[in-house]
Design a protein around this ligand. Structure first.
Ligand SMILES: Nc1ncnc2c1ncn2[C@@H]1O[C@H](COP(=O)(O)OP(=O)(O)OP(=O)(O)O)[C@@H](O)[C@H]1O
Length: 310
């Protein structure tokens, strides 16, 4: 186990930001913390790193209790926080080199690792730039390079793609995958379900400071009753046909607006075949047809009754 958080409680005066939060991150995982803004992700990370005092619970990292002065643990952790934390008066190269030298004493090794980190985030053309001259996406990449140059075993990224252009976002996501392939365990917080789905091997969904569900994306989707959503471009459907479709096995909702028929099904096999069969038997003209599986937002919605983005 790389990180084990048990029954963590953190209050800001009367507000309970973490309410008996439990997490267990195993070696080699990309572990996602998915939750809406204000659900407690940053507070959890700050507690894990001993940057914030908490009221109750325990935190172990690499099998040892985490404390503010646990430098032997901290040297193996790379942190990339939401707010970019670099020195404005240092160049891109100097920033990365400085953060790396906090952990690595050998100067030649610092140089080698700095250059490797620059290549890794593709900032080769910007090494002499001051941070203020970088775009938002490049600045995020610099922030990441500063956090990972010393090759930590555990890398924690708190919403690293907020307000980042799509090209930099892709580079960041691919970079995180590569860091993981090279052996690092990753904790990744986000309120973007698509990113978490794409990237993470296991996910904890967090709401109001509590973990409400944990699993792989497929395990999470299997927790809910919703099956696939079938969308059909269909013409001249009558009210009674829509009512009849509700009697197709497993179908729970039917909606028809502007020639778009949207059918929601419960879990089960052959839902699409049954729908197609109905359309053909009733000689209903139809065009494009596609199905979508439930998303992590559907999971969040079914458990909490609200959208992730609310
Ligand atoms: N220093 C603070 N003082 C008082 N309340 C705080 C403080 N920091 C966070 N909170 C509150 O604690 C709760 C959890 O906030 P936190 O920032 O951990 O959530 P989050 O999931 O990381 O959201 P975001 O992505 O918006 O940062 C929120 O209600 C927030 O308003």
């Amino acid at each position: 186990m790389i990180v084990e958080v048990k029954n963590l409680v953190k209050r800001y005066n009367k507000l309970v930001a973490l309410d008996h939060l439990n997490l267990a991150v195993e070696e080699g995982e990309i572990y996602g913390l998915l939750g809406p803004n204000g659900s407690g992700k940053t507070t959890a990370i700050n507690c894990m790193l001993s940057l914030l005092k908490y009221d109750k619970g325990s935190i172990e990292i690499f099998g040892k209790p985490m404390r503010p002065d646990a430098y032997d643990i901290k040297k193996d952790i790379g942190i990339i926080m939401q707010n970019v934390a670099v020195f404005d008066e240092l160049t891109v190269y100097e920033n990365i080199s400085y953060f790396c030298s906090l952990y690595i004493k050998d100067k030649k090794e610092v140089k080698r690792l700095t250059e490797e980190a620059i290549d890794f985030v593709s900032l080769q053309d910007f090494t002499k730039f001051m941070p203020k001259k970088l775009s938002g996406g490049l600045l995020r990449r610099l922030n990441i390079a500063c956090g990972i140059a010393h090759k930590p075993k555990l890398i924690i990224l708190d919403e690293p793609t907020v307000a980042v252009d799509p090209q930099s976002r892709n580079k960041i996501l691919m970079g995180i995958k590569k860091l993981n392939e090279n052996g690092a365990t990753i904790i990744y917080t986000s309120h973007y379900m698509e990113e978490v789905e794409q990237l993470c091997s296991r996910i904890s969904i967090i709401d109001k400071g509590k973990v409400i569900a944990t699993g792989t994306k497929d395990e999470l989707k299997n927790m809910i009753s919703l099956g696939e959503k079938i969308t059909v471009e269909a013409y001249n459907l009558r009210e009674e046909q829509l009512d009849e479709m509700l009697h197709i096995p497993n179908i729970s909702h039917v909606d028809y607006t502007e020639n778009q028929l949207v059918i929601r099904s419960k879990k089960g096999k052959n839902n699409l075949i049954h729908v197609l069969d109905y359309l053909q038997r009733h000689e209903i003209t139809f065009g494009k047809i596609y199905t979508e599986m439930p998303t992590l937002n559907d999971v969040f919605l079914e458990i909490t009754g609200k959208d992730l983005r609310d």
